[in-house]
Write a protein that binds this ligand. Structure first.
Ligand SMILES: [Zn+2]
Ligand SMILES: [Zn+2]
Length: 263
């Protein structure tokens, strides 16, 4: 079984064939899917999908690109969903994106801190998006004493991987690892301990080879996991089992997930 720990099934790209995409994955060999709502307009669909599919879980939060959207109203909405739907098992994705800078950096920092604290109130793991902002991300995680979460679509080097791991974070590898295998990325994959590793698609974005450039979907996570196994020089079964354990530990051990399973 494979696990897609981060995708965006509520986005418009899946409007026409969302159910087929999800069934294709779950009927094949994808055990769990976690879909991540990045702005308020997506939260309802995320919540509905988690109710529709047993092995599909959700996360909600305001993406750094949309930082200017976080206000009292949005916060209230987020709290409502988190209180009502126990299959929303993580808070995110939140963080800093100083590559695109779609929101001013000072607002990104403020909103990131605010949301780390909100996640803490709900005792939820956080899903971190961090691009060209490694020092600021680390500083905020340290200042807020955040310890539970994942750095999704990890894009920094091994030295920084150590720093995030030391704080307690998991590291998630996306399909970009199948693109030409840059040395820094290869070193990171080899370095991440088996008990801190996660796999993701970030669908509809970042489709792995052989689908690079096309719309991505959860089914394709297997190409990323195959590449991880090759780079680590171990059996793919070992990688699959490790990711399964890690996904359960991080996302399904919280009170939110357990209550969700009992419904
Ligand atoms: Zn992201
Ligand atoms: Zn994402």
């Amino acid at each position: 079984m494979f696990i897609d720990s981060h995708c965006h099934l509520e986005m418009e790209s899946f409007k026409k064939d969302r159910d087929e995409v999800i069934k294709r994955a779950l009927n094949d060999n994808i055990l769990y899917i976690l879909t991540v709502g990045t702005e308020e307009k997506y939260f309802k669909t995320v919540s509905e999908l988690t109710k529709q599919y047993k092995n599909l879980y959700g996360a909600i939060g305001i993406h750094p690109h949309n930082s200017t959207q976080l206000n009292e109203h949005t916060e209230k909405k987020i709290k409502e969903f988190l209180n009502i739907n126990k299959k929303i098992v993580a808070y995110g994705e939140i963080g800093l994106d100083f590559f695109k800078n779609y929101s001013p950096q000072n607002i990104q920092r403020e909103v990131f801190i605010r949301q780390v604290l909100l996640a803490k109130d709900f005792e939820l793991p956080i899903i971190i998006h961090s691009r060209d902002a490694k020092e600021d991300t680390l500083k905020i995680l340290k200042d807020t004493k955040a310890t539970k979460g994942v750095i999704h679509c990890y894009s920094y080097n091994k030295e920084y991987a150590k720093k995030f791991l030391d704080l307690g974070f998991y590291i998630s590898i996306s399909g970009t690892i199948t693109y030409g295998k840059k040395q820094d990325a290869v070193d990171v994959v080899r370095y991440i301990p088996m008990d801190r590793l996660l796999s993701e698609t970030d669908a509809p974005f970042l489709a792995p080879v052989p689908f690079r450039g096309k719309r991505n979907e959860p089914l394709y996570v297997k190409y990323t996991v195959e590449t991880i196994a090759q780079l680590k020089g171990i059996n793919i079964e070992e990688v699959k089992i490790a990711i399964f354990e890690n996904f359960k530990n991080l996302f399904l051990n919280s009170s939110n997930a357990n209550e969700g399973n009992n419904q």
